[in-house]
Design a protein around this ligand. Structure first.
Ligand code: KG4
Ligand code: ZN
Length: 358
């Protein structure tokens, strides 16, 4: 049995997981600096890096305690090498190198996007490559074919915003706070996703994505609605047209409108993701799909993919939500096949913030 610790610091989560044989999760500890970024409406790289430095030792200790293991019982150290925020990545990598040196264990560098997809294999062990992979996170949106655990063929990616970024920006526009994805997921329950019809982002290449047009359409809709409201009440309300309306001053009727807009946006984003993924399955003839990344925890996306999978006789696998968002277990998990293939690194390896499925 091979027991691997996985260290993840690519964005605002400091996460450490311990996994046996790439499947069995002994622990998955995480500390998020999310609350520190909230007032800025997005992740501030320097704040994220500082939080990693402050918490990484405690998170590592918590992972050991939850797993009831000592450092000497770890067989290898897996760590996210990229993509991500450069300063944040360096902290996890430096910590992992220290562990590898102190424990005399191999260091296994991991691609964060591959780890997001591997999380689906951890959740459903019968899911084996080849499969179509859809990564939907705050920094990335891409479609690929996984030929094996660590070999991917990129089919297409976003040409502008990542889908998670679009969720976050639209939520900010609607005054729903940060992070926006979970907020839109929740408020959409109260909205009608058919009332506000938004564009489905056309791209030149069949497997690429575009979300900036959708985001702009929401902005224009909000502006227009605010102008109409101002006209009907014969009072000019410039604040309502601004990018960040203050929902605390809105009446019940306005809240319902925000729910409809959020639901309309979510419906459009989900349509785009499902259409391209089905197209990839038809084109490749592959009947299995793995979805990974923070947006994979979106309930509407999961439900609609469930329906689309059944209608098209596809197996669509989502990890459970704690394995969708950034976590250490997925890094420890994919560390196992990488270690078996001998993909270990020397202590002079550096991070790569632009890594993409390597
Ligand atoms: O994978 P992740 O944790 O970090 C990156 O690698 O980027 O993804 C974070 C993204 C954020 O944009 C967040 O708003 C989004 O995932 N997200 C969601 C949900 N939960 C997190 N988006 C939609 N619905 C959700 N329930
Ligand atoms: Zn991620």
């Amino acid at each position: 049995m091979v027991r691997i610790v996985g260290i993840e610091t690519s964005c605002d989560e400091t996460a450490v997981g311990i996994v046996e044989d790439g499947r069995s999760i002994l622990s998955n500890a995480v500390s998020s600096s999310l609350a520190l970024h909230g007032p800025y409406g997005g992740v501030i790289p320097a704040i994220a890096a500082r939080a990693h430095v402050e918490t990484i030792w405690d998170v590592f200790a918590a992972a050991l305690e939850e797993a009831r293991r000592s450092p000497a019982e770890l067989d290898a150290i897996a760590v996210t090498r990229g993509p991500g925020l450069p300063g944040a990545l360096l902290i996890g990598l430096a910590f992992a190198k220290g562990l590898a040196l102190a424990l005399d264990r191999p260091l296994v560098p991991v691609d964060h996007l591959a780890a997001h997809l591997y999380a689906a294999q951890m959740a459903v062990p019968t899911l084996e490559p080849p499969y179509v992979g859809l990564v939907v996170s705050g920094g990335h949106t891409l479609l690929c074919v996984a030929h094996d655990d660590c070999r991917f063929e990129l089919l297409g990616e976003t040409k502008d915003d990542a889908v998670g970024e679009a969720f976050d920006k639209v939520a900010k526009l609607l005054g729903l706070g940060y992070p926006g994805g979970p907020a839109i997921d929740r408020i959409s329950d109260e909205g009608d996703g058919t009332r506000v019809r938004l564009p489905r982002g056309q791209t030149k290449r069949p497997f690429d994505f575009s979300f900036s047009g959708l985001k702009t359409a929401v902005y224009q809709y909000v502006q227009k609605a605010a102008q109409l409201q101002a006209l009907s009440s014969r009072v000019l309300q410039p604040a309502a047209c601004s990018l960040q309306p203050d929902t605390s001053t809105l009446e019940h009727q306005d809240i319902a409108d925000i729910a409809d807009i959020a639901a309309g946006f979510q419906e459009a984003a989900v349509d785009i993701l499902i259409t391209k993924t089905l197209r990839a399955c038809h084109r490749t003839g592959i009947k299995r799909v793995a979805v990974g990344g923070g947006v994979a925890s979106n309930r509407r996306l999961r439900a609609r993919f469930g329906e689309a999978g059944a209608a098209n006789k596809l197996d669509v696998i989502f990890p459970p939500p704690p394995l969708c968002v950034d976590n250490g277990a997925m890094v420890a998990g994919i560390g196992y096949p990488l270690l078996q293939k001998g993909r270990v690194a020397s202590l002079s390896i550096t991070s790569d913030s632009n890594l993409c499925l390597n």
